[in-house]
Design a protein around this ligand. Structure first.
Ligand code: SF4
Ligand code: SF4
Length: 216
């Protein structure tokens, strides 16, 4: 390419670049208005570069996005299914059984077990959502809360149990007393013979009956 051709190409590419920047500049001004990601043409509207003034402005998150877990503990029947299915063991439950039904969830499921502890370590969670799928009362859900950054990683361990230490101790004692009463009420079983007694007993000998010829 000639010397003048090079200059011409330089001017053209600079002009194109400037036009692109001006175009994005105006799109950025439009982009300040909130758009919902649920709209069909969201990604067309969001074309171009724009800055969201986070946290004052936030891009809406999808309805079925997987973010921070929440347990509506009053509806939790402490069945342990979520903890069993969790692939990274980040759900820690301490159940305390009750001698009788002590309430019911909002969907009418009877409550028989107290949740002395229900912790979810979101620092370990891989957001697979399996725990929410197996939950029989649908009390475990993934919220739209995505920003739960902290300075201390231990703060990512979220506790949902509402029980105090005193309540936990009382409920544990209540169940222990119930089990003790149940044992007392059981009829006593006959004493099992010792193995030595069984051995002492001579084995029954086969009785030999001689054949007596019939009288003619
Ligand atoms: S979303 Fe997955 S990794 Fe996180 S607590 Fe639930 S089962 Fe465990
Ligand atoms: S699966 Fe649901 S009801 Fe069962 S312990 Fe987990 S949160 Fe509670």
């Amino acid at each position: 390419m000639s010397y003048l051709g090079n200059i011409s190409q330089g001017i053209q590419t600079t002009w194109k670049g400037m036009m692109l920047s001006i175009q994005y500049f105006f799109q950025a001004r439009k982009g300040r208005k909130k758009e919902s990601v649920t709209e069909d043409n969201y990604f067309e509207k969001a074309n171009g570069t724009f800055t969201v003034q986070y946290p004052h402005e936030q891009i809406p998150v999808p309805d079925h996005g997987r973010y921070q877990l929440h347990n509506e503990i009053d509806d939790c029947i402490v069945c342990d299914k979520c903890a069993k299915v969790c692939p990274v063991d980040c759900i820690d439950i301490e159940p305390v059984r009750s001698p009788e039904v002590f309430g019911q969830t909002s969907d009418g499921t009877p409550l028989r077990i107290h949740a002395a502890k229900f912790d979810i370590d979101m620092a370990k969670c891989c957001f697979c959502g399996l725990c929410t799928v197996v939950c029989p009362t649908e009390c475990l859900t993934m919220t739209k809360e995505f920003d739960f950054s902290t300075n201390d990683i231990l703060d990512h361990n979220f506790s949902f149990s509402k029980m105090t230490d005193q309540e936990i101790a009382e409920k544990k004692q209540e169940f222990e007393d119930y089990q003790a009463d149940k044992l007392k009420a059981k009829p006593e079983l006959p004493a099992i013979k010792k193995e030595s007694d069984v051995m002492k007993k001579p084995a029954a000998k086969p009785v030999f009956k001689p054949r007596i010829p019939k009288k003619k």
